[in-house]
Design a protein around this ligand. Structure first.
Ligand SMILES: [Zn+2]
Length: 430
């Protein structure tokens, strides 16, 4: 059925409004409705209208419900309204819902149908990044259809996936589930990962398999790098520039620290190579530095901010410890004092083996070999819970975090088909 016209009726109502001022338009409507009725089984239409809104309405409501997460308090918003919408829809479909409150007025949703061993988690984050005011050509909170795409904040990353997952779920006769089917909706993926971390602390949800619907152009992803960000602070002593012995120069100390970091980077890049990644080595970026105030004063303080992206198999804790050790060795006997602190706790790297069941099934169903990507996801946390995880969803990461974010409509039906097949494969006895 991939590629067949099975879009919900709301999409066609928009076409009617757009074209109803001429005969040709009416013909187009008649043709589209006819084609639509042919290809969308009546029982599925009934199921959709009886239980939860049709797909376009769900996407529209999710986009219209702001849930920006940000490390800047001025931008940060609660995701509770999105969680409530999703929980209501899940309950309408007969799911048991659990809303896990976090301590920042945000929440995760774990909605479960079916019981037993194994099963499948369909997972997405409910938050979006902030948006660039004035750079959008449409209202970021109003779903707008144009050029065969849905525009809106979160269309690609990744509110649409949650609606598509629900629409795929309602195609299934849930009475016939033989293993749990779980819809997981998380908080704060775009900022602190506090939602995913709370799940790990709670030890749930656990199924056998998990698909995270981040925008991957519907190609399965089984690996991504990790990331963490660190501040390195050197405290020295100010003094008159005419006599170096009057102070301890933190900027000169940072010069040595930077040298040590670049040497370490070279060692790491010789030791760790993974050709699946476009950038096949771990990276360290020197991103921000600030120190001193005046040319005629000895620099008393200097701070450097760096970003490190480890490959799968490299531990963030060990890298942090090594960074501290190398920096402290670099300024040994200088009289400077060193502190480091995380700017961003980090996301571990993720790898699911190439021969894992979920990876090979996804390759078979999509026709694409599993790949590696450069962006981090909640996958390592779902892995820690014991789930086998891939990342696979509609839309492109190229549009994520950008003005005029969009989801191509042509990816919706293939994604519905794909999810339906995964659910049948992992939650229904064959
Ligand atoms: Zn995302």
């Amino acid at each position: 059925m991939a590629g067949a016209t099975r879009l919900p009726i709301v999409f066609y109502v928009q076409s009617i409004q757009a074209t109803s001022n001429c005969d040709h338009g009416l013909f187009l409507i008649a043709f589209k409705l006819h084609h639509f009725m042919d290809s969308y089984p009546t029982n599925k239409m009934n199921a959709a209208s009886d239980k939860i809104p049709v797909l376009t309405q769900m996407i529209q409501q999710l986009i219209a419900t702001p849930s920006i997460s940000s490390v800047s308090p001025g931008f940060d918003q609660s995701n509770l309204a999105v969680i409530t919408l999703l929980a209501d829809w899940c309950e309408s479909l007969g799911f048991k819902t659990e809303i896990q409150m976090l301590d920042n007025n945000k929440a995760n949703l774990i909605a479960t149908c079916g019981r037993g061993e194994g099963g499948l988690i369909l997972s997405g984050h409910t938050d979006t990044v902030p948006y660039d005011e004035g750079k959008w050509q449409t209202d970021p909170f109003r779903l707008t259809e144009s050029d065969n795409c849905f525009y809106g904040l979160g269309t690609a990353d990744m509110k649409s996936f949650l609606a598509i997952a629900l629409d795929a779920i309602q195609r299934i006769d849930l009475k016939h589930l033989t293993a749990p089917l779980i819809l997981l909706a998380t908080a704060d993926e775009e900022s602190s990962m506090s939602g995913a971390k709370a799940l790990v602390t709670a030890g749930k949800p656990r199924a056998r398999y998990a698909i995270i619907g981040e925008p991957t152009g519907m190609r399965p992803i089984r690996m991504h790098k990790g990331i963490f960000m660190e501040a390195i602070h050197l405290q020295g002593q100010s003094g008159h520039s005419s006599d170096p012995d009057l102070g301890i120069n933190a900027m000169e100390g940072m010069h040595r620290v930077i040298r040590a970091i670049l040497d370490w980077r070279q060692e790491l890049q010789k030791l760790h190579i993974n050709r699946a990644f476009a950038v096949p080595v771990p990276t360290i970026n020197l991103g921000h530095i600030h120190g001193g105030d005046n040319p005629n004063r000895i620099c008393a303080e200097c701070e450097l901010h760096i970003d490190l992206r480890p490959l799968p198999g490299m531990s963030i804790d060990e890298l942090r410890a090594e960074l501290y050790y190398r920096a402290s060795q670099a300024i040994a006997d200088s009289g400077l004092s060193l502190t480091t602190h995380p700017l961003f706790d980090g996301i571990p790297a993720m790898e699911t083996p190439a021969d894992a069941e979920l990876v090979t099934a996804a390759e078979h169903l999509t026709g694409y070999s599993a790949e590696a990507v450069a962006f981090g996801t909640e996958a390592p946390y779902l892995q820690q819970l014991g789930n086998e995880v891939i990342v696979l969803g509609p839309g492109s990461i190229d549009q994520a975090h950008q003005p005029n974010e969009f989801l191509p409509l042509e990816q919706i039906n293939p994604m519905l088909d794909l999810l339906e097949q995964f659910i049948i494969r992992y939650c229904m006895a064959r």
